[in-house]
Design a protein around this ligand. Structure first.
Ligand code: TXA
Ligand code: MG
Length: 306
């Protein structure tokens, strides 16, 4: 599939059609957030259960404030991390710009201002909110290259924008700011430490962590995934972290770099899967910083759903 311009993608959105949207985290499957038919087509193409709400992407914080209600901590986080890989779940202000189906009927809405230049170009040209779940079919690893995005849901789109390989490689950090409580719903590129430095301790209660989309197995390649592995068993491919990696091995990072490992994670899942191994074994990944997001995705891929 050849790449369309951001302007062509914006026109497709205005016609109620779907697009492939590059972002700094992963590729998204985009639609006009105010159009229930277009949003329904997104759920359909992904095979996504309708109880799992979508993130509304907008060009800037001012546009986000027209959709959602920001209190002081929400504004601090938006000022610090937008544009960038942070999603805020906030009380909804405008129920039409992000339709009920996109919010799964909730009184909250997830908003994000992506940092990728081409995503911003699409959003500025469209001048409205764009829902964009990761462009994978439901349950599979998120696509982090243009060709992987086309392979996953290219069949459903009228325009596809090639933004190159995604620099971050794991999905945005999702933080809810509701009733004065700040909770981490999904770890991501913006770390717990960076957030707590600005707004104090996160509320980690079970209630606070509830996010409808986190109930099912996710991010899984076709081959079974085994985590905290020190070596590949017969038939397995090892995803290694650090200099000594054994064989057969695909490196997440040769020099203990968590950013590099995150950027490589879903790509390596897909590359390993193409060899049709008996399994994918993944070396232990440190839990601090970006490691929290990587371990979260690994646990879900391995079927340990929290
Ligand atoms: O990096 C990303 O966030 C990518 C790119 C394309 O922007 N998008 C993405 O979207 O990962 P998706 O749909 O795959 O994940 C959205 C997550 C889900 O876990 C969903 O349940 C949660 O955000 N979410 C959305 N709205 C919510 C809400 N109102 N309350 C709680 N969780 C919500
Ligand atoms: Mg997803």
């Amino acid at each position: 599939m050849t790449s369309d311009t951001p302007e062509a993608a914006a026109r497709a959105l205005a016609e109620g059609r779907l697009i492939l949207l590059p972002t700094e985290t992963v590729y998204g499957l985009g639609a006009d957030a105010s159009d229930p038919r277009a949003v329904a087509a997104v759920f359909e193409a992904k095979g996504r259960p309708r109880f799992n709400p979508l993130i509304a992407h907008v060009a800037d914080a001012a546009a986000a404030e027209r959709i959602a209600i920001f209190d002081a901590p929400a504004r601090i986080l938006a000022d610090a991390f937008w544009p960038g890989p942070l999603t805020l779940v906030l009380p909804v202000r405008d129920r039409d710009q992000v339709c009920d189906l996109a919010r799964a009927g909730l009184d909250s809405v997830a908003v994000r201002v992506p940092g990728h230049g081409k995503a911003r170009a699409v959003l500025s040209a469209f001048d409205g909110a764009v829902v964009a779940p990761s462009a994978n079919r439901s349950g599979r690893p998120s696509p982090t290259t243009f060709s992987d995005a086309v392979e996953e849901t290219g069949f459903a789109v009228a325009a596809a924008v090639d933004g190159g390989d995604c620099a971050v490689g794991v999905e945005s950090t999702v933080v809810s700011v509701m009733d004065g409580q700040v909770s981490l719903l999904r770890p991501g590129a913006i770390t717990r430490h960076e957030i707590e430095a600005l707004v104090g301790r996160l509320n980690d209660s079970v209630e606070g962590r509830r996010s409808p989309g986190r109930l099912t197995t996710h991010y899984a390649p076709d081959a079974p995934v085994r985590i905290n592995a020190t070596a590949a068993a017969p038939g397995e491919i090892l995803l290694g972290f650090g200099p000594v990696q054994g064989e057969p091995c695909f490196a997440l990072s040769l020099d203990d770099d968590l950013r590099e490992a995150a950027a490589n994670l879903f790509r390596r899942f897909r590359e390993a899967d193409r060899r049709r191994p008996a399994g994918i074994a993944v070396a232990p990944i440190p839990s601090e910083g970006l490691g929290e997001a990587i371990n979260d995705r690994l646990k879900r891929a391995a079927g340990f759903v929290g």
